[in-house]
Every structure is written in C-alpha cells, then in structure tokens.
Design a protein around this ligand. Structure first.
Ligand code: ZN
Length: 187
C-alpha cells in the first residue's frame, strides 16, 4: 500500500435541509460517502472526508464559481499539498440517467453511475467493471462543469464522480463501498 497517497472523498451536494419539500441536495450522498470512508479507515488508509455545509441553491460547491468558499478552499489546500485519488460522491433520483431513444425505447441506468469527465479514463472503466460484478453500474460521460473532478484532474489527481441511486439497496452498500475503496487503494 502506498501510504504517501491520500484519498479524498467529497460530497458537495450532501447537505440537506430537514423537512424540505424541494429537492435541494443529494439525499443518499452522505450515507454512501460515510460507508466508503469507513471502508478506507478499516483498511488503514489516509483519507479525508469533505461533506458539504451549504444547500445547493445557496452555493453549488461542484461549480467553478464556488472555488472561493471555505469548502473548496479546504479542498484546494489538500489538492496542492498531496497527491492521490479523489472520489466525488453524489446521488440521483431513479430515472435521472435513463436514456430515451427516438424509438421510444428507454435504456435504464444502473443503481450506480460512474460519470467520467471527458476525455474518458481507463481507470473509470476499471472502476465500472469492478462495480459491475456486485451491482448494476453504468459508465457515462460527465460534464466539465463538475468542477471538483475537473479541478482535481488539473492538479494531477486521479479522480472520478460516482452517483448512487437514492433508492439504493442498503443491504448492498457495504459491499459496493468496499469495491470503491479497494479500487481507490489500487489505482
Ligand atoms: Zn450531486
């Protein structure tokens, strides 16, 4: 194990306002991030967890405009002073990544979606392939407006964005988190 390598887990949309009727956060991101964090700690790896402290409508911490926020300043500091792997964790309502073809046919996304920012990376393909052994996983091209991944890649980090469906089967969470953690250690 390379102990000089840091693993950062970000969840820039994890902060939710209790009782809010409007969807302003990724409701499963914190649970997923905490489970991956626990798996890395169990394996004795150095890991930093950055959960958001602001709802998305106040500041979308995954956009370039938010780089001056405390959250993003803390991330920038870590990206500058270390090297390693960044896991950007999000969640989505079922259907968000389904693709409807002109024929009307719908291609349903997996319970996990790996959003690889263009140009695609072999390591995101490897993560998708490992996850596919334990859960239905889809690899899609993400946009560069996803600034946490974009910035970390600019700084030379291995990084990718992972989306969990919000109706995620809880019984599978530990196993799926372990796959992500082991990939982050190996990559
Ligand atoms: Zn999100």
């Amino acid at each position: 194990m390379d102990h000089s390598k840091l693993i950062i887990i970000t969840a820039p949309h994890a902060y939710c306002t209790p009782g809010s009727k409007v969807r302003m956060c990724d409701t499963f991101a914190e649970d997923a991030a905490l489970e991956i964090y626990a798996c890395l700690l169990e394996r004795g790896h150095s890991v930093e967890l950055l959960l958001s402290d602001t709802i998305r409508s106040v500041s979308d911490l995954n956009r370039i405009e938010s780089r001056t926020t405390t959250y993003r300043q803390r991330l920038s500091g870590l990206l500058k002073s270390h090297t390693g792997v960044l896991l950007d964790i999000h969640s989505f309502p079922r259907g968000e990544f389904d693709i409807t073809f002109s024929s009307g046919e719908i291609h349903k996304s997996g319970d996990v979606v790996v959003l690889d920012i263009a140009p695609g990376t072999a390591y995101s393909e490897e993560l998708t392939s490992r996850l596919s052994e334990v859960i239905h996983t889809t690899l899609l091209e993400g946009s560069q407006v996803n600034d946490v991944v974009t910035q970390s890649r600019q700084k030379g980090w291995t990084s990718t964005l992972i989306e969990f469906v919000e109706s995620f089967p809880r019984a599978k969470l530990k196993r799926v988190a372990a796959v992500v953690a082991e990939w982050a250690i190996d990559v």
